[in-house]
Design a protein around this ligand. Structure first.
Ligand SMILES: CC(C)(COP(=O)(O)OP(=O)(O)OC[C@H]1O[C@@H](n2cnc3c(N)ncnc32)[C@H](O)[C@@H]1OP(=O)(O)O)[C@@H](O)C(=O)NCCC(=O)NCCS
Length: 199
């Protein structure tokens, strides 16, 4: 059975080639990718290449990006686990949604699903996240979900010729287990891809 995580209104699953058109529509809005080193998408070749790249990263156990699918409205965005250290049982989460899904509660449910994956299914101890200090919406959203602001990493990313600072946030296993995110019901199909579980 194919791997998928189901919540009350959203499903997370690996993106497939047939999802390219939906990703093009979602990420062709400049506001969506404003804080990223990529985008906005301008042609179908870009999401096609991304989906193919994802499959390789998933097979190599490097990076696990998942398509967020709304039960009625279809594909909504991407959330994923990256910078995995299995030795230290930690990873980072990054998320983007199409503009129509902002402020709808979809971000909260997607974070509940990805946190369940990280802590419950993969045995992580710590889940981190970054935000650009100027991206107040993302910063507020992470704080509202129970992540702690732990500091600012200076010149952490390079976007073209510009160096970009990031806020770093984290939530630990016990904090997640005691918080609201762990209360969201999650149903699993299949098993997470091999190579992502902490020992
Ligand atoms: C970041 C993102 C995933 C957050 O999801 P969301 O559904 O928009 O977030 P929410 O509506 O749940 O929360 C946003 C918070 O910011 C606040 N907010 C909204 N607009 C804001 C603004 N212009 N400035 C500051 N805060 C703002 C909201 O009031 C809310 O805070 P509250 O919970 O204290 O009321 C989504 O906006 C997105 O995909 N953005 C584009 C990609 C991106 O920036 N990803 C993050 C990369 S680090």
């Amino acid at each position: 059975m194919r791997f998928a995580l189901h919540g009350p209104t959203l499903t997370l699953r690996p993106p497939e080639p047939s999802d390219a058109r939906a990703l093009l529509d979602l990420a062709s809005e400049p506001e969506v990718t404003r804080w990223f080193s990529w985008g906005p998408y301008t042609s179908i070749e870009q999401p096609r290449a991304y989906i193919e790249h994802c499959a390789g990263q998933r097979e190599r156990g490097e990076h696990l990006d998942l398509l967020i699918v709304h039960r009625e409205l279809g594909p909504a965005g991407i959330t994923g686990l990256n910078e995995l250290s299995l030795r230290d049982a930690r990873c980072m989460v990054g998320t983007w949604f199409g503009r129509a899904f902002w402020g709808t509660g979809a971000n909260r449910e997607s974070k509940a699903l990805i946190a369940h994956l990280a802590f419950e299914l993969l045995g992580m101890h710590r889940l981190g996240s970054y935000s650009n200090p100027a991206n107040e919406r993302s910063t507020r959203a992470l704080l509202g979900l129970g992540f702690s602001h732990e500091g600012v990493l200076r010149h952490w990313h390079r976007h073209g010729s510009a160096w970009v600072d990031v806020n770093v946030f984290g939530i630990l296993r016990d904090e997640w287990a005691a918080g609201d995110l762990a209360q969201v019901p999650v149903r699993l199909d299949g098993a997470p891809p091999a190579g992502f579980a902490a020992g």
